[in-house]
Design a binder for this molecule. Structure first.
Ligand code: ATP
Length: 599
């Protein structure tokens, strides 16, 4: 495919806010593009060079991009800076400077593969003289570009492409193109993606073998599996009932989830809950895991918690969060904030995919895999099989006393396989908060802000927060939150959110409110509130309970926890919010009138 053709499609995508139309454009695109360029087109359209978990970065700063643009167009860098201050987008500036400029005929036939190879070269140039090399490579890309190509090339290298094309929409497009748009086809394609986390591999297998190719995609060391997730129960009685009276209860440790991949040889690789590579942040685990795990290759999962070095007691989440994202003083951090990884699952052991085995079998395998005295830093999650409420309550109390958030009930049924990327009742969490008015905290995405007054003048007075609706790939507002922010957080709030500012309401955000500032959905924060109520101005689960109303969180409060381990699409979903509302209605046994069906 010619690169010019791809950027014309990007223009079409940019011109629409309708998801169905976007899906149609994308399914047309993936059908037209040759197999050899399919993976590249899928990555590029998301603003990536490789699957997200590989974190391949271009390393192109604004100034470097300006320099390349100045050289190619013969415009002063200062002029480019000025123009960009006005438009807010170097891509638009480039489009303007390139207007009417026709690239030579032979370069107009430049293919996506050629452009991609050059972009990879930009990403790969590192070390001494790399800045110069990057400028040269980018300049040569721009030399051959028309105005539209220049716009998208610059946005791409600066990481501001933002076509609103997310994984879920691409999965829809692939299902439309290669599985007749059927629900079953979509489900199988998503399942393959959940195991591989790589749309390129999934798409190529679809082209080669159709839907049957989906079953051939296997778990592989070095490629993170999308995590299995838990549903919630309002109380332990409900939890046990849902598990048909028998469950293995485990401590719900309050830390960071880690998926550890141990290759047959060489150091382990660690991935976060959102599949970021985080190996460098936990050098002690890289050292200790090979000592603790008997067979390799292996993929295991666990929760990493900070422990008190003297007593061995678990420390609260805030402690380990200080090790996340840290780039400097790693050795000092290792000493000051020691951690322990509590393993709770095994996904691969040698050549055997354990994911397909039921939970009791996986746990047996895990116990055999971990050397009990292998390492102080690696342990098994504490668990107990329970069949009656008294024992469950006792175990829960013990979990809290030992510094955990609560418990997770795990199904022992024959179908309790590891379901990558799925939230279901095979795992049910029950947290300490559930004993409060509103069961559980809510992880919301910041989509807007209202100016502060009085003591808050100069910063944001309240934030507009949304839940995620994966069905429609939309962010739906459910509250305005102004409480729970301490002075330090308030002081840094504007700067923290500034990179996400956008002049218009992002097309994927739904709300009846108009904040003073819109943000691109990206940052997730944890909120607590008194209760969920029906609301005409919020759009969460809109029309699901009654026509024309959504759900709102009353008296919301920031818990102080930035969910940096979650990306925007990992936030609480509208369906979960609805579930919380319903369990709250059940608990209060309030009038069923509230639940009049939507007309
Ligand atoms: P939360 O905000 O409640 O931690 P979450 O959205 O991150 O939830 P859930 O699947 O809803 O994820 O809850 C399970 C989470 O609990 C896991 O992602 C993991 O980080 C953590 N966890 C702690 N202990 C365990 C355990 N024994 N088994 C499974 N998960 C555990």
């Amino acid at each position: 495919m010619r690169f010019a053709e791809l950027t014309t499609v990007y223009n079409e995508l940019e011109a629409t806010t309708k998801r169905l139309e976007m899906r149609k454009i994308l399914s047309g695109l993936v059908q037209r593009v040759a197999r050899s360029e399919l993976a590249e087109v899928l990555y590029l359209s998301q603003g990536l060079l490789r699957p997200e978990y590989e974190r391949v970065e271009l390393g192109v700063a604004d100034s470097l991009a300006r320099r390349a643009l100045a050289g190619v167009t013969g415009t002063e860098e200062e002029k480019i800076r000025q123009l960009t201050l006005e438009s807010g987008d170097l891509g638009l500036t480039a489009e303007r400077l390139f207007a009417g400029r026709a690239p030579p005929a032979e370069v107009d036939s430049r293919t996506v593969a050629e452009v991609y190879a050059q972009l990879r070269a930009i990403a790969e140039s590192a070390g001494e003289g790399s800045q110069e090399r990057k400028v040269l490579l980018l300049s040569s890309l721009l030399e051959c570009a028309n105005a539209t190509e220049a716009k998208y090339l610059l946005r791409f290298v600066l990481g501001t492409l933002r076509l609103g094309v997310r994984e879920m929409t691409l999965l829809d497009a692939l299902a439309d193109a290669y599985a007749g748009g059927t629900k079953e086809g979509r489900r199988r394609i998503e399942a393959a993606f959940n195991v591989s986390s790589d749309l390129g591999i999934v798409a190529e297998a679809l082209v080669d073998h159709g839907l049957d190719g989906m079953d051939s995609i296997r778990i592989s060391v070095g490629r993170p599996v999308r995590p299995m997730l838990a549903e919630r129960s309002p109380d332990l009685k409900d939890l046990l009932e849902r598990m048909d009276g028998t469950s293995v209860l485990e401590y719900k440790y309050d830390g960071l989830r880690i998926q550890a991949h141990l290759p047959a040889e060489g150091p382990p690789q660690l991935f976060s809950r959102r599949l970021e590579p985080i190996s460098e942040q936990f050098p002690e685990l890289l050292r200790e895991l090979p000592r603790a795990i008997r067979h390799r290759p292996a993929i295991v999962e666990g929760e990493c918690v900070s422990v008190d070095p003297d007593s061995g007691e678990l420390r609260p989440f805030q402690a380990i969060s200080r090790r996340r994202g840290r780039k400097y003083d790693l050795a000092k951090a290792e000493e000051e904030i020691p951690v322990r990884l509590f393993l709770f699952d095994v996904l691969l052991e040698g050549a055997t995919e354990r994911m397909k085995e039921d939970y009791p079998e996986r746990r047996r395998r895990l116990e055999a895999l971990v050397r009990p005295d292998g390492s102080e830093r690696v342990a098994l999650a504490t668990q107990q099989r329970v069949t009656e409420l008294g024992a469950a309550t006792q175990f829960f109390d013990q979990a809290i006393a030992d510094g955990c958030e609560g418990v997770i009930g795990k199904s022992v049924a024959p179908d309790s396989v590891y379901r990558a990327g799925a939230r279901g009742f095979w795992w049910i969490k029950y947290k300490r908060e559930y004993t409060q008015a509103l069961a559980d905290t809510i992880d919301g995405v910041i989509v807007g802000a209202f100016a502060g007054r009085g003591r808050r003048a100069g910063t944001w007075g309240a934030l507009l927060v949304a839940v995620y609706d994966p069905e429609n790939d939309r962010f739906e507002s459910f509250c305005k939150v102004g409480s729970g922010f301490d002075d330090e957080t308030l002081a840094g709030l504007k700067a923290r959110l500034r990179p996400l500012e956008t002049a218009e309401r992002p097309a994927e955000v739904l709300t009846e409110l108009t904040p003073d500032q819109w943000f691109r959905p990206s940052i997730v924060i944890e909120l607590r509130g008194a209760e969920l109520s029906l609301s005409p101005i919020h759009r969460a689960a809109f029309g699901k309970l009654r026509a024309g109303v959504g759900l709102a969180l009353r008296f919301p409060r920031f818990t102080g926890r930035w969910r940096e381990d979650k990306k925007e699409t990992d936030a609480t979903t509208s369906a979960e919010l609805l579930g919380l509302y319903r369990s709250q209605v059940r608990q209060e046994s309030s009038s069923p009138a509230d639940e009049a069906p939507a007309s």
